[in-house]
Design a protein around this ligand. Structure first.
Ligand code: AMP
Length: 420
């Protein structure tokens, strides 16, 4: 073991489990790629102000969880705690919204950083795949994103997840609700911190997980009773479109999220096999965010799904993913001349698209065959000195144990045809 360990709250992805993470990322990305979303990549860090303004000065993410630092050049930066603010920043900077084709639909995949108290499902470094549709106010777009996330989870074989849906209103109706909620909260028996939060960001109090707080919130006013007609109609249409697509959801009038930028449609995907860190993904509409970071009005909607928790959810359900075959052929040379000849064959196989590996380090037959079996390959290619003299190579089917001699010049074609 080395002197060093992965930092607290982080973990390494190692084979063979790491293949699951790749498969999850791919499964989430596939429906997006097939629905007009283009891939975007932004830096791992941004100006700290982008998150302070975008995510919200009073959110836990910004006040407690951000990895913020000053560079040698005096720039104040932060490791990205989430994707939406960066993606919108990049789209505005490149004027993607001016190309005349709104919405701009983008998807991303990457690492995010939050200084949280680590526990199962909650890490300081985690990965998300996300999607953003920028610049259109259309309930079909909100519905599309919910349906695509559902499709992604189902394609992985997940079943025990639920979709929670709510509307957070807009700049017309939310302030009225906010005040009603504040008045209600002021009358409760809450600690100093929570009372302060009630003044700055009362909706977040609804999200307080503590029993002592939750039991006082039974009669709290609900946003759904304060929605203006436009928000009500919009929300109703999102609900109808999602329902028509056969996607089941639950109305959750108390659903709020830990980021300030959400308006109207808000949703979360929760998995019941994960204990306290049950949210596997979440998102919603953020019509005001562009203006908050200095851009024009650009109503937008998006989500981010957590890769780490999706893998945990798959494990909780006992889903075994069908992972792509990594090695089809394993080559075992016996002697120096065989090593040169067989290495050339392996290179040729790889160029022809056959996944092939090689026994390195001058292993003897027994150790090399053990490695072949461990590799998961379907076939072993064994080459000895006598085989070379005869222009042959031994092809062993590692499933049936059957072994046949094949001409060295024919082996690539033979394997291609056997492996389809
Ligand atoms: P959020 O932006 O907080 O809604 O996060 C979206 C998704 O990212 C969550 O539903 C989780 O799946 C994942 N996620 C957020 N924070 C963490 C974390 N600290 N560790 C692991 N996954 C996380």
């Amino acid at each position: 073991m080395s002197t060093f360990k992965a930092p607290k709250g982080t973990y390494d992805l190692l084979p063979p489990e790491s293949a699951k993470y790749l498969a999850v990322r791919e499964a989430i990305a596939a429906p997006l790629r097939g629905s007009g979303y283009g891939y975007i990549e932004t830096p791992g860090f941004e100006n700290v102000e982008l998150f302070a303004r975008g995510v919200g000065e009073s959110t836990d993410i910004v006040t407690k969880e951000m990895y913020a630092f000053e560079t040698k050049g005096g720039d104040r930066l932060a490791l990205r705690p989430e994707g939406t603010a960066s993606v919108l920043r990049a789209a505005l900077e490149a004027n993607l919204h001016k190309a005349g084709n709104l919405p701009v639909k983008l998807w991303y995949s990457g690492s995010y950083y939050r200084y949280e108290r680590p526990q199962k499902g909650r890490y300081r470094h985690f990965s998300q795949v996300g999607a953003e549709a920028i610049g259109a106010e259309d309930p079909a777009l909100d519905a599309e994103l919910i349906i695509l996330a559902d499709q992604a989870y189902r394609s992985l074989g997940l079943q025990n997840f639920r979709i929670l849906l709510n509307s957070l209103g807009d700049k017309e109706c939310r302030p009225v609700y906010r005040e009603a909620l504040q008045n209600f909260l002021r009358g409760l028996d809450l600690d100093e911190d929570t009372l302060r939060r009630a003044e700055i960001n009362p909706l977040r109090v609804l999200d307080d997980k503590r029993e002592s707080v939750q039991k006082q919130l039974g009669d709290a006013p609900l946003l759904r009773d304060y929605l203006c007609d436009a928000c009500k109609a919009y929300h109703e249409e999102v609900r109808e479109l999602v329902t028509a697509a056969g996607v089941v959801f639950e109305d959750d009038p108390k659903l709020v999220r830990g980021l300030d930028y959400y308006t109207r449609t808000t949703f979360e995907f929760v998995h019941d096999g994960l204990g306290s860190q049950s949210a596997v993904g979440g998102g919603g509409r953020y019509d005001g965010l562009s203006e908050m970071i200095g851009g024009p009005a650009l109503p937008s909607v998006g989500w981010a799904l957590g890769v780490d928790r999706t893998v945990l959810a798959l494990e909780a359900e006992g889903v075994e993913l069908e992972l792509p075959v990594t090695t089809s052929v394993f080559a075992v040379p016996l002697g120096d001349e065989a090593r040169r000849v067989l290495f050339a064959k392996v290179t040729e196989l790889r160029k022809n698209g056959v996944a092939a590996d090689f026994s390195y380090g001058g292993k003897g037959l027994k150790a090399a065959m053990k490695a072949a079996n461990r590799s998961g390959a379907r076939y072993a290619l064994i080459l000895g000195e006598r085989d070379i003299e005869q222009g042959l190579v031994q092809l062993k089917d590692l499933e049936s144990g059957e072994q046949t001699a094949v001409g060295l010049n024919e082996i690539v074609a033979e394997l291609e045809s056997r492996l389809g």
